[in-house]
Design a protein around this ligand. Structure first.
Ligand SMILES: NC(=O)c1ccc[n+]([C@@H]2O[C@H](COP(=O)([O-])OP(=O)(O)OC[C@H]3O[C@@H](n4cnc5c(N)ncnc54)[C@H](O)[C@@H]3O)[C@@H](O)[C@H]2O)c1
Length: 489
């Protein structure tokens, strides 16, 4: 059994809040052996904070030449595409931040290349690795509220991420770096809604740029193939923050509170309350990634690709002022990726007992389950025995829409990789625009509510396997920053 050696590209806020803690939670089975950030000081500060001794590289090229098996890409959105191609072309598995790319075409090119090379490509859609959100999707799929009718989701913040989340990270609000509220938060919440209700049929939206050059307020209306609808309301400019998540069905409703899931049956006097603390933890994103590198994966990119398609549909609908269909990927893998490079033995993540709190923010779901959302739970209304209802969700009629005609079309898709060649484009060291970003030390500003949610940290450490040396990291336990982050603003 070997150690998975990982290179980290981009050593900012999400690397500190999520990637490092989750990597450390893997204990001796994985190690961050190299780091590259266009601001070298940020890599050094991150390594020091997490007590790591990686090789500090001055370019992505240099990092790729070091002794690593995989790369975590946690840079501004603009770079995800080109850096992923560069890493895949160098034979490295990739865990890339959301949004996985800036267009579905770019995303498909990345996926095609990963499949051609037999490498794992996973997107860090953090809510997919959160026990709380998995539970929500499972509840809907179980039929507890009957036929899904409607969901409402509000995520309102009083400032953009360059103020509250990662002070100084102005790329979040700049067009040229592909920042925007859509790719920042809708990418999570539209995905969560789809996880609960299944495939989206159409999207209608209105986005506005009130205080920034990119959309900073978003309203989207989704219609799902099962007939349900959902509204998504997001803001970076509200006077007060707010979070709401409500799901209505013919027989009841599910409401999310700060510390629990409340299930209201139609004529019951009281709701059934499921405390976050009682929800069983699931493997975090990095544990799933590591296990996939070892054993082979199955479309680890899928939820990231679908989330991106929903984001693009939101943008397109606003531009065209009409309902649009999200461009889901038409082709699917021929087979699971059995990475030839998977020589490292990374034990499947062990499930830790749920922490007392913030279960929400945390852990992940195994990659294989990652592509659930096909919903139409209605028909399956009473899948009592099914452990992972979400996964099976695919309604009979719509069944396999995704897997449908994939094989045939699969071939043409590969043409794309050709473009990948421009590996040189990658990581232009000089582009450092976002460089202003505050150093790691500022990471925990007063506002940073997310920090508070760090509470879940204690529970986090899904993988207790942690060896003696890395025991420390356990404290930072997988934050599953997704929700924490949104609530923090
Ligand atoms: N999964 C989640 O819930 C979640 C949460 C927050 C952010 N993110 C994503 O993570 C990514 C990074 O976000 P962040 O909050 O850490 O931003 P950040 O600005 O805090 O960190 C980005 C880091 O990348 C470095 N960098 C910039 N250009 C680079 C390049 N070309 N090569 C190497 N390093 C470069 C910057 O110096 C900075 O240290 C974004 O894509 C964002 O959307 C995901």
């Amino acid at each position: 059994m070997g150690v998975l050696k990982v290179g980290l590209v981009g050593c900012g806020k999400i690397a500190d809040a999520n990637h490092m803690p989750e990597m450390l939670s893997l204990g001796k089975n994985a190690e961050v052996t190299a780091m590259f950030d266009i601001q070298k000081g940020k890599a050094e500060a991150l390594a020091e904070k997490h007590k790591l001794k990686p090789k500090f590289c001055s370019s992505l090229d240099e990092l790729l030449k070091s002794d690593i098996d995989a790369v975590i890409i946690a840079t501004p959105n603009l770079y995800h595409y080109e850096q992923t191609l560069q890493c895949l072309n160098a034979g490295k598995h990739v865990l890339v931040e959301k949004p996985m790319a800036s267009s579905v075409e770019e995303a498909d090119e990345m996926i095609d290349l990963a499949e051609k090379k037999g490498l794992i490509l996973q997107v860090n859609q953090s809510l997919r690795f959160s026990a709380l959100h998995r539970k929500l999707a499972e509840l809907v799929a179980s039929g507890v509220i009957g036929k899904p009718l409607h969901a409402r989701c509000l995520r309102a913040a009083t400032s953009s991420p360059d103020v509250g989340w990662s002070p100084g990270a102005t790329w979040f609000v700049q067009k040229k770096f592909k920042g925007s509220l859509v790719t920042d938060i809708a990418v999570h919440m539209a995905d969560l809604l789809q996880w609960c209700f299944g495939p989206v049929e159409t999207v209608m939206s209105q986005t506005t740029n009130l205080s920034h050059e990119v959309p900073d307020n978003v309203v989207a209306l989704f219609r799902y193939k099962n007939g349900a609808t959902a509204t998504l309301e997001l803001s970076w400019t509200f006077p007060i923050g707010g979070n709401k998540f409500e799901i209505y069905g013919q027989d009841g409703a599910i409401l999310l509170t700060n510390d629990s899931i409340e299930i209201y049956k139609k004529n019951a006097k009281k709701p059934k309350v499921i405390k976050f603390a009682s929800i069983k933890a699931v493997p975090n994103s990095h544990a799933v990634f590591a296990a996939s590198v070892e054993k082979g994966g199955n479309e680890n990119w899928k939820v990231g690709r679908e989330a991106l398609a929903l984001c693009m549909a939101i943008i397109e609908s606003n531009q065209q002022q009409k309902a649009v269909e999200p461009k889901m990927r038409k082709t699917t893998s021929k087979t699971s990726v059995k990475s030839p490079a998977a020589k490292k033995a990374i034990p499947a993540a062990k499930k830790s007992t749920p922490a007392k709190k913030a279960a929400p923010v945390k852990k992940a779901a195994p990659a294989k389950k990652a592509a659930p959302a096909k919903a139409a739970p209605v028909k399956k209304a009473a899948p009592a025995k099914k452990a992972a209802p979400v996964k099976k969700a695919a309604p009979v009629k719509k069944a396999a829409p995704t897997k449908a005609a994939p094989v045939k079309k699969a071939a043409p898709a590969k043409a794309a990789p050709a473009k990948a060649a421009p590996a040189k484009k990658a990581a232009p060291v000089k582009k450092a625009a976002p460089v202003k970003a505050a150093p790691a030390k500022k990471a925990a500003p007063a506002k940073a509510a997310p920090v508070k949610k760090a509470a879940p940290v204690k529970k986090a450490a899904p993988v207790k396997a942690a060896p003696a040396k890395k025991v420390a990291p356990v404290k930072k336990a997988a934050p599953g920053q997704g929700r924490a982050r949104e609530e923090g603003r």
